[in-house]
Design a protein around this ligand. Structure first.
Ligand code: FES
Ligand code: FES
Length: 168
């Protein structure tokens, strides 16, 4: 049995620990907001957070995240009646077109803003370069991230961790 915490709820799973986290989320837990695109860490559609950091769930085995805190798009908003600032900005800027890539885009953007309250264009490029949008909404994504940056809750603990990882 493998235990993980997903969107604040502990889940105990009787599945092969080698199963990619993406399929555990979609098939075992019925959290289908996280999408399958390439299955090879190339498109970003499957992006979720593990302890606040953006990862590709299609290539992350369940065993690698045992005991960890997972957040999916379903858990990004602080509450049902209060969207995450990025979700509000996404609507304001009319970012989604077909929508398929959007949960992955939002999760990568949220991980960026949690560690960088005022990202430059270069910071956004670095953080979002692994998220492909076949509808080509990159300009609106950048605009929405900048618009949300002013109201995003900055997390000093995550920022310190990211600094340590980047310089370690
Ligand atoms: S489905 Fe995981 S990166 Fe494409
Ligand atoms: S909105 Fe269609 S792939 Fe991004």
């Amino acid at each position: 049995m493998t235990a993980i915490t997903v969107n604040g709820i502990e889940r105990k799973l009787q599945v092969d620990p080698a199963t990619p986290l993406l399929w555990v989320l979609r098939e075992q837990l019925e959290l289908t907001g996280t999408k399958f695109g390439c299955g090879m860490a190339q498109c970003g559609a499957c992006t979720v957070h593990v302890n606040g950091a953006a990862i590709r769930s299609c290539v992350t085995p369940l065993a690698a995240v045992a005991g960890q805190q997972i957040t999916t798009i379903e858990g990004l908003a602080p509450s049902a009646d209060k969207p995450h600032p990025l979700q509000k900005a996404w609507i304001d800027e009319q970012v989604p077109q077909c929508g398929y890539c959007q949960s992955g885009q939002l999760m990568s953007a949220a991980a960026l803003l949690a560690t960088n309250a005022s990202p430059s264009d270069g910071d956004i490029n670095d953080a979002m370069s692994g998220n492909i949008c076949r509808c080509g909404m990159y300009g609106r994504i950048r605009k929405a991230i900048k618009s949300a940056a002013g109201v995003q809750q900055f997390d000093p603990a995550l920022a310190a961790l990211a600094k340590e990882i980047n310089h370690g």
